[in-house]
Design a protein around this ligand. Structure first.
Ligand code: FNR
Length: 380
């Protein structure tokens, strides 16, 4: 209604309300460095395409005459009441997109009560982002450092700064083969490198022979050396469980057996995700993995979903396939690059408004009643 009323005075939205068009706008408006960093995929992009195709193959079956005049998008996720089944996914090094980086994105999320998941690889220290968010819901994403002292220090800092849930990303012990980044020799990434949480960390700094300023190269090497750890295995999770008493969620789970193991390890949830197609080329589409993980999880885990969500109907489909809520990554990163905080706000509002309409048109007053019966599968 707001867009319609503004339209009476001749004002049209500054960004497209079809969020699938944000990417082409970003390609035109942002430089190849920032655009390539966000748009980049593993290999030739087959996983990102599969993510979209899998969501598109499901079709919603609208219902009529179900009294949906009063609708409520709220859900409970990890024990927290949320206004809608949506959170902003962790996206590292947002300073590549906008000078205000994570702070602007977090403020936009906070203003709409949408949880913001701060990346370990953020370009702003976690305490500064927390300060910008007041008491709004925030979650911390862990790229699990090799050094247990740094890991513990991150968890302690995140807790002290009011991050209530921990998202442990497990699909990135090594970065995937990403031609866009490789072809640019990771230059945009290195310019905005996501070391802020590390370079403000006492345990990390204690491992350096000289202060960062005196030997920046050694500091960077130290960071790169501990960033990922392909030697980790299931028993190691006990360490995290011991040092984090809030909800803990494993991000990047696609196999039902991994979901079962997550539940056995005392985890609270999983994010069915293939990192937006950035890690494994040729990977199963996240939406195709979702129902299998949901089944394996039963009522032992909260199942969240990301990878390819662009519209309200995508969110609806994920809910119908059993997700409790979804995360979005690229759309808000493009919004941030194009219009800063206002761009992120635009993305959040479009997604929520469209979801609200799709829910109502599909005959639901809220997310709780959506089931797989609302979808049919289209065979090409
Ligand atoms: C990511 N993602 C990510 N995930 C994570 O756990 N930590 C991180 O630091 C990052 N960084 C990151 C940077 C960029 C530029 C992108 C596009 C993605 C993955 C992210 O959290 C999420 O899984 C995907 O973005 C979801 O797919 P869509 O919504 O981008 O299609």
């Amino acid at each position: 209604y707001e867009i319609y009323l503004n339209g009476l005075t001749g004002a049209v939205p500054r960004l497209p309300t079809d969020l699938t068009r944000l990417e082409e706008l970003a390609e035109r408006m942002l430089g190849p460095g920032p655009f390539g960093y966000v748009a980049g995929n593993a290999g030739s992009g087959s996983t990102a395409r599969a993510n979209r195709a899998a969501l598109d193959r499901w079709r919603i079956v609208p219902r009529v005459l179900r009294d949906v005049h009063r609708r409520d998008l709220s859900v409970e996720v990890l024990g927290r009441p949320l206004p809608a089944p949506l959170a902003l996914a962790p996206v590292g090094v947002l300073s590549i997109m906008h000078a205000e980086a994570e702070t602007a994105a977090a403020r936009a999320a906070a203003a709409r009560d949408v949880p913001f998941i701060l990346s370990s690889a953020s370009s702003t220290p976690m305490e500064r982002v927390a300060e910008a968010m007041g008491d709004a819901e925030r979650w911390f994403q862990l790229y699990w450092p090799k050094d247990p002292d740094v890991t513990r220090s991150f968890l302690d800092r995140a807790k002290a700064a009011g991050y209530t849930a921990l998202f442990v990303t497990l699909d990135t012990p090594m970065l995937g083969w990403r031609p866009r980044d490789l072809d640019q020799a990771y230059l945009p990434f290195l310019h905005g490198v996501g070391t802020a949480n590390y370079y403000t960390d006492p345990a990390f700094l204690a491992g350096l022979a000289k202060p960062v300023r005196e030997d920046p190269e050694a500091a960077l090497r130290h960071f790169l050396g501990m960033f990922g750890d392909p030697a980790k295995s299931w028993p190691d999770l006990a360490f995290l469980r011991e040092h984090w008493d809030g909800p803990m969620v494993l991000k990047g789970v696609l196999h039902p057996d991994d979901a079962r193991r997550a539940a056995d390890a005392g985890m609270d949830g999983v994010v069915v995700s293939n990192h937006g197609g950035r890690q494994v080329a040729g990977s199963v589409a996240a939406a195709d993995a979702l129902p299998h993980v949901v089944q394996a999880a039963g009522d032992r885990l909260t199942v969240l979903f990301d990878s390819g969500v662009r519209t309200g109907d995508d969110v609806f489909k994920a809910l119908a396939l059993g997700a409790r809520a979804v995360l979005v990554g690229r759309p808000y990163a493009y919004g941030l690059g194009l219009e800063g905080q206002a761009g992120v706000d635009h993305v959040i509002r479009c997604l929520l408004a469209e979801l609200d309409l799709v829910l109502g048109l599909a005959g639901h007053a809220g997310p709780g009643s959506v089931t797989s019966g609302d979808l049919v599968r289209e065979f090409a």
